[in-house]
Design a protein around this ligand. Structure first.
Ligand code: GLU
Length: 510
């Protein structure tokens, strides 16, 4: 078998949606599982939808996810150029369109936009609300099937604007095998005569995708199921141009479903979860759409959760490293039904990955979050040991700031409501006295601090348990965090004593 070569072929029109990243992931895993190549081809032939910055953004997302292509406009490769606009400049597509005309599978269409509009109005009926340029109507239009050869020649020599359309057979079953869905059959007569080459000489997606998959020696083509309706056109183009034995194996991946049907950007905004891999700022509308990265997801968790949106290993295992996914992934285990996205489950994955990875794996990212909150952190060792103290309490990376910010600065507010009901003079005295003892502790560690705390409590006949919650509120600001004596030891003697003193000032007014 020839070397496996798969491609992700995005159009640079905006942010990269969960579904897009999952398409990348399945392509990547399949390629690596089979010792093959993963190619990224930029499908930028539709200039009206081109968005500056979108291509770079796509590559940034792939880099963040750790899904680097083997070949792409940025990575180079033997089959370039990898941007369709550049391939068009080299005249790659035109010849294939001409070939199709010569073989009787395509034709020149000279209809102006106004004439097309007229056709739509004229043939719209209750039964046919959106008439198509197809075998029913093509003979009523201005094209090389209805004009004489001389008329066509004159129009062409005069440089009359024209498109090239595929001539869909009237009555043929177009069959192909989909790796996920099995045998698929379509009636050719139901499909319109798609434009292959536009009046500006640009190929449409339909022509370019087939020509490029052929020239780039693509063996398997995986894409979202929204492309299923286009498949018959692509299969025919393969048949006419290169032979069906050369056609890649298709797989149309299931939709990712949101709370109300296909997961959309709108769902994200409505329910407050990200749908893009990374923050995307639309340069046309200045609208910012939030990304998983910025919400505080780890790339390891992100690809893990995406892998399981449509695929399973057939075991109970849910946490997979990229290497494990590469080893275990197979197209046979991708389901054809839509996969429901559950943000709570997505967070569970991140929580598990935060616990699973050593903190130095993500401490730089957390440091940035601290810095963005105005807390400059110096050095790594202490910072990382603090992060390890709280990592099992964090679901998203910004949680580290909430869970561990107090290690670096005094709490801004104290949860006095929790302390007030049971505060009394005995407790006040206990802490005042304890401060004196703390001052004389020579080795400032959790064991010594706890010992002095318990001894004094016993001497004063107060249950240590009744004093621990107020102590926690004094040091942390609230009723959360790792063991309280570890906190006292970690923030240091001066800070601990100072926080207790400050809090006592407030508690004494209860
Ligand atoms: N350019 C298409 C897209 O934007 C690619 C579809 C395919 O993979 O064939 O999704």
């Amino acid at each position: 078998m020839s070397k496996v070569r798969v491609r992700f072929a995005p159009s640079p029109t905006g942010g990269l949606h969960l579904g897009g990243v999952r398409t990348v992931l399945y392509n990547y895993l399949f390629a690596k599982n089979n010792g093959g190549d993963f190619i990224v081809r930029i499908e930028d032939t539709d200039q009206t939808r081109y968005v500056p910055g979108a291509e770079q953004y796509i590559f940034d997302c792939l880099q963040w996810c750790g899904l680097e292509p083997d070949e792409s406009p940025l990575h180079g490769g033997e089959y370039g150029p990898y941007r369709q606009s550049e391939r068009k400049e080299k005249g790659i597509y035109q010849q294939y369109a001409e070939q199709l005309i010569k073989d009787g599978h395509a034709y020149y269409a000279f209809d102006t936009p106004e004439e097309l509009e007229q056709m739509r109005t004229m043939y719209t009926t209750a039964d046919n609300p959106s008439p198509q340029y197809d075998h029913h109507l093509r003979m009523k239009m201005k094209n090389s099937l209805t004009l004489t050869a001389d008329e066509v020649n004159t129009l062409l020599t005069n440089g009359t604007k024209h498109a090239i359309r595929i001539k869909m057979p009237e009555n043929e079953i177009i069959a192909f095998n989909d790796m996920i869905r099995g045998d698929i059959q379509n009636e050719s007569g139901l499909v319109d005569d798609k434009v292959l080459l536009k009046a500006d000489g640009m190929p449409t997606y339909h022509l370019a995708v087939v020509v490029d998959d052929y020239l780039m020696k693509i063996t398997h083509a995986f894409r979202g199921e929204e492309w299923l309706p286009s498949a018959p056109v692509h299969v025919l183009l393969w048949k006419y141009l290169f032979g069906l034995d050369k056609m890649p194996q298709w797989a149309h991946l299931p939709l990712i479903l949101g709370p109300s049907g296909k997961l959309s950007k709108r769902d994200g905004a409505k329910y407050g979860f990200p749908v893009f891999a990374m923050n995307w700022m639309d340069p046309k509308t200045n609208e910012l759409t939030e990304g998983f990265k910025e919400r505080g997801f780890l790339p390891e968790a992100f690809i893990n959760l995406l892998a399981l949106l449509g695929w399973n290993a057939g075991t109970e295992q849910e946490l997979f490293t990229k290497e494990e996914l590469i080893q275990q992934f197979s197209m046979e285990r991708v389901h054809s039904g839509g996969a429901k996205f559950d943000f709570e489950k997505a967070k569970w994955f991140n929580h598990e990955w935060i616990k699973k990875l050593p903190v130095n794996h993500y401490s730089d990212k957390v440091k940035n979050i601290f810095e963005n909150n105005g807390l400059a952190v110096e050095g790594n060792e202490k910072f990382e040991s603090i992060l390890s103290l709280v990592s099992d309490r964090c679901t998203l990376l910004p949680d580290f700031y909430t869970q561990a910010g107090f290690f670096f600065k005094d709490p801004e507010t104290l949860d006095t409501e929790s302390v007030k009901p049971k505060w009394n003079a005995d407790k006040q005295h206990f802490f005042t006295e304890w401060i004196t003892q703390l001052n004389s502790i020579s080795s400032w560690d959790a064991v010594a601090i706890e010992q002095s705390f318990k001894e004094l409590a016993t001497a004063k006949n107060i249950k240590p348990g009744d004093l621990q919650m107020p102590l926690r509120v004094m040091l942390v600001g609230g009723k959360f965090g790792p063991p309280v004596f570890v906190i006292a030891a970690t923030i240091g003697k001066a800070a601990a004593i100072n926080r207790i003193q400050q809090a006592l000032g407030i508690f004494s007014t209860f």
